[in-house]
Design a protein around this ligand. Sequence first.
Ligand SMILES: [Zn+2]
Length: 46
Amino acid sequence: MRPKIDVRSESMYECFECMGRTTDPDVRICPDCGGELRHIGRPRDV
Ligand SMILES: [Zn+2]
């Protein structure tokens, strides 16, 4: 079982501060440290 990242239509965000990842957050704020999240997901509807 390998850690395959299955990015479909979900928006995945990664925290600048703690590198934690959040999928489809309500706001672009890390729930753990309150840091800024950057978008790393790739929606196909671009
Ligand atoms: Zn964080």
